[in-house]
Design a protein around this ligand. Structure first.
Ligand SMILES: C[S@@+](CC[C@H](N)C(=O)[O-])C[C@H]1O[C@@H](n2cnc3c(N)ncnc32)[C@H](O)[C@@H]1O
Length: 311
């Protein structure tokens, strides 16, 4: 399977230009996927650079390990890990500082297209949804173990579902006497509660919420960003592509706070916070895909790229 069949990367030119812009150094791609961004970054890095590719999905990592990197001067390291733990990978290789950290969030087309992974609601699939199928609870296990209130909070917070309590109650009630193991079971439950004309957007939001919960996606992102300030060398860059507002808000808020000079109460006559400016944003507004890219790759429509430089 070619890289493009596995996953078509978005904003590749923009990422390699704004991210892998410097000289040599250590760069981390925390979301290898089909390796499209990884290869584009690798092609720009001079000799004596190190490029580390990480993914929590064993299949993506295995595939990258089999890949040929002809014409690439940088030293390549590939490891299975969560990107929130990139510091542990660095430490295993005796590296203390990096010059670039990149994450292209969410799941790859390959993960979505493979029904056994359970990310799709378009076909009958087990409710797995783990990016690393050897780690943690599946979505079905979560639904089995959670209480109605916890489920409602997840649907509200991660799916931004209006009247999340109604849906949480409907799911838990349905599970008394019905199995809840596949996407078809979940859809049956939605139809029972909302009728045949149930909004497809509701199903999409429900799947988004369960996926974020199953993989701890927002905690992963926040930890990655928090650690970036510690491990990036001065002038090094962190770049993130997000695909929905919860992710993008997390990145935007982090950069905005990291860039602030002072966080004192505005009524305070003098600054007492001692706040350090950690990052300078490279782009104020998120970079989005061109019309031409959206036409070629509709998945790029929701992509938002933000890049900041360590001060
Ligand atoms: C959108 S795809 C990346 C595509 C890739 N940039 C390319 O060019 O093909 C997201 C990938 O990131 C991985 N991923 C998502 N969250 C992760 C995390 N917290 N740690 C490590 N990998 C993660 C997924 O398993 C998936 O392979």
């Amino acid at each position: 399977m070619s890289g493009e069949e596995y996953h078509v990367p978005v904003l590749v030119g923009e990422v390699s230009e704004l991210f892998a812009f410097g000289g040599g150094g250590v760069y981390v791609d925390g979301t290898l996927g089909g390796g499209g961004h990884f290869r584009a970054i690798a092609e720009r890095l001079p000799e004596a650079s190190i490029l580390i590719g990480i993914d929590r999905d064993g299949e993506a990592v295995e595939r990258a390990r089999q890949a040929e990197f002809y014409g690439i001067s940088a030293k390549i390291i590939i490891e299975q890990a969560r990107f929130s733990e990139f510091d542990a990978v660095l430490s295993r290789h005796g590296i203390e500082r990096v010059h670039g950290l990149f994450a292209d969030l969410g799941v790859s087309s390959r993960q979505i297209d493979e029904p056994a992974r359970g990310f799709t609601y378009m076909r009958e699939a087990p409710l797995d949804m783990r990016m690393n199928q050897a780690d943690g609870m599946t979505a079905a296990e979560f639904l089995e173990r959670c209480g109605e209130d916890e489920l409602a909070d997840v649907l509200d917070e991660y799916g931004e579902i209006r009247n999340a309590r109604r849906l949480a109650k409907a799911i838990k009630d349905f599970m008394v006497g019905n199995k809840m193991e596949t996407s078809a079971d979940l859809k049956r439950c939605i139809t029972k509660e909302y009728g045949n004309r149930a909004d497809i957007k509701l199903t999409a939001k429900l799947f988004q919420a369960l996926r974020i919960k199953t993989n701890g996606e927002l905690t992963e992102l926040q930890t990655f960003l928090d650690k970036s300030a510690t491990y990036l060398a001065k002038g090094g860059r962190v770049a993130v592509i997000s695909y929905h507002s919860l992710e993008d808000r997390t990145v935007k808020d982090f950069f905005r706070k990291a860039e602030a000079k002072c966080v004192c109460d505005p009524n305070q006559p003098i600054c007492v916070c001692g706040k350090q400016v950690l990052f300078k944003r490279i782009n104020r507004k998120a970079i989005t895909a061109s019309d031409e890219e959206i036409k070629r790759n509709p998945r790029s429509r929701s992509a938002r790229l933000r890049v900041a430089e360590r001060c």
